[in-house]
Design a protein around this ligand. Structure first.
Ligand code: NAD
Length: 469
């Protein structure tokens, strides 16, 4: 296995040196080929996602295909500008020189993806990676075998192996890949595996982007439009069966808002996910958990919460063998329970009533920095307070999840929820080295002053520099 991976890597390494000299238009050609394959094979992508996650065709169009095609289109529209060297001022001390920042390809990149948006989370970083002029080895998730196989076919039908190659497999394959001296590793997955990836990258000093997980809190205060909040939270939490990294994970709600929130959320669960009255277990609009192991873990944490006194506000039914758990809202949570400590990543949502917002802020700040934080409020004071007193990868006020797809916002976490940013120009920069370029005139250097011997005049000039520059 290691020899085979080494040979793929060596081929890409050789090619990456050629790619750094080619025109931006060649990069554009690659992105256009990728886009054409996707548009010509929408049906195959929909089938793969139906098989792996029981995702409806429209859901796949929105969350797996559109997310990748917009990333490609954005790069096609702007990559000439993103790749252009940017001149910077010489200031007083570098007069006579010219200086610019030249983005250059990093080289050979590894992209490792999770199973929850298995096509999108390979396709979107691949678009940024190719736009920046790199080669890529892709490692899709072993838990979505149909999508993994399709990604391999897509790559084989679109690229040369020295441009892009797919390695399918699980931990042993990923571990072997991580021994190679990649120029950049882009990992999306859990925080624990993120630490393993960063540890392996450190051995080769490969740069990393880590798009990780964690618990994303929601705060609903007494000034919020509770019905609006309920609709948005229900969609954000239960779409993809709660298996979304930036899904609202748990709720802090003010006492005044609680009753109305529960009633509205119950109404919207039905309206959004079982509008045809098929029953949630048979609804076409409600997808499935990834596998029985993941379902059993969720059932365990649900049962633990219930036996510690949690109240089931709605939902609560499950069938682990069918990978099914009803959209479930719990209140009266015991803080020592796993549901309050671990990333849930499923359709079960705990809620706690707060009386003092400072306790909420303290809870957030005493735990790992969230990937996203959501606030529902009309109060300017509250918006300012939460924005300033907490840290998270992203924050949305009066909405959830939608910040992910904003064309001009970076996406990523902070510390335990991630390192580095993706999407649009931020993704392009992540896969580029910002090379500093200084052009000096022959026979001149502004460092002459710093050459010894240090006479009185030089000492005087240095003292002026220290004082005024
Ligand atoms: P995971 O970390 O278990 O797996 C991700 C990838 O790492 C897979 O390709 C897997 O094969 C590989 N892997 C697993 N264990 C490994 C090991 N010991 N050594 C080397 N490689 C290993 O994550 P998952 O269960 O596939 O996905 C769910 C997690 O991903 C959640 O925590 C979720 O929040 C996170 N996520 C984050 C984002 C984001 O953009 N921040 C997006 C989607 C999912």
């Amino acid at each position: 296995m290691s020899n085979q991976f080494q040979s793929i890597f060596d081929n890409q390494k050789k090619n990456s040196l050629i790619l750094r000299t080619e025109s931006i238009d060649r990069r554009r050609d690659r992105l256009k080929s990728l886009r054409s394959w996707i548009l010509n094979n929408k049906n195959r992508i929909q089938q793969a996602l139906l098989s792996d996650l029981k995702k409806s065709a429209t859901d796949t169009d929105i969350s797996e295909i559109f997310t990748v095609t917009t990333e490609i289109n954005d790069a096609l529209a702007h990559m000439h500008q993103w790749a252009r060297p940017r001149r910077v001022s010489p200031g007083m001390t570098y007069l006579g020189t010219t200086a610019k920042i030249q983005p250059e390809p990093k080289g050979v990149c590894l992209i490792i993806a999770p199973w929850n948006f298995p096509f999108n989370l390979i396709g979107s970083p691949l678009a940024s990676c190719l736009a920046a002029g790199n080669t890529a080895i892709l490692k899709p998730s072993e838990h979505t075998p149909a999508t993994s196989k399709l990604i391999r076919e897509m790559v084989e039908e679109t690229f040369e192996p020295n441009e892009v190659t797919v390695v399918e497999g699980s931990v042993p394959e990923t571990t072997a890949l991580l021994e190679l001296p990649f120029d950049h590793i882009f990992f999306t997955g859990s925080t624990n595996v993120g630490k393993i990836v960063m540890g392996a990258a450190a051995k080769n000093l490969s740069s990393v982007t880590l798009e990780l997980g964690g618990k994303s809190p929601v705060i609903i205060d007494h000034t919020a439009n509770v019905d609006d909040a309920a609709k948005k939270i229900v969609w954000g939490r239960f779409t993809n069966n709660g298996q979304t990294c930036i899904a609202p994970d748990y709720i802090f709600i003010s006492e005044q808002a609680k009753e109305k929130f529960v009633a509205s959320a119950k109404k919207y669960v039905k309206q959004l996910f079982d509008s045809k009255n098929q029953g949630m277990a048979d609804s076409d609009d409600y997808s499935r958990l990834i596998n029985t192991n993941h379902t059993k873990r969720l059932v365990e944490i649900l049962e633990e919460a219930k036996s510690s006194g949690a109240k089931v506000e709605f939902g609560g039914d499950y069938n682990a063998e069918e990978k099914f758990i009803e959209p479930t809202l719990l209140s009266n949570i015991n803080e020592s329970n796993r549901i309050w400590k671990e990333e849930i990543f499923g359709p079960v949502m705990p809620m706690k009533v707060y009386s003092d917002i400072q306790e909420v802020i303290e809870h957030i700040n005493n735990n790992d920095k969230p990937l996203s934080l959501y606030l529902f409020s009309r109060s300017r004071k509250m918006k300012k307070l939460i924005t300033r007193s907490t840290s998270s990868g992203s924050m949305a006020i009066n909405d959830v999840v939608v910040q992910y797809a904003h064309p001009n916002l970076p996406f990523g976490g902070v510390n335990h929820s991630g390192i580095g940013k993706s999407h649009g120009q931020f993704g392009f920069l992540e896969f580029s080295n910002q090379k500093s370029m200084l052009h000096q005139r022959i026979g001149l250097t502004n460092a002459l002053l710093f050459y010894p011997p240090f006479n009185g005049f030089k000492k005087w000039v240095v003292s002026i520099l220290i004082k005024w520059f």
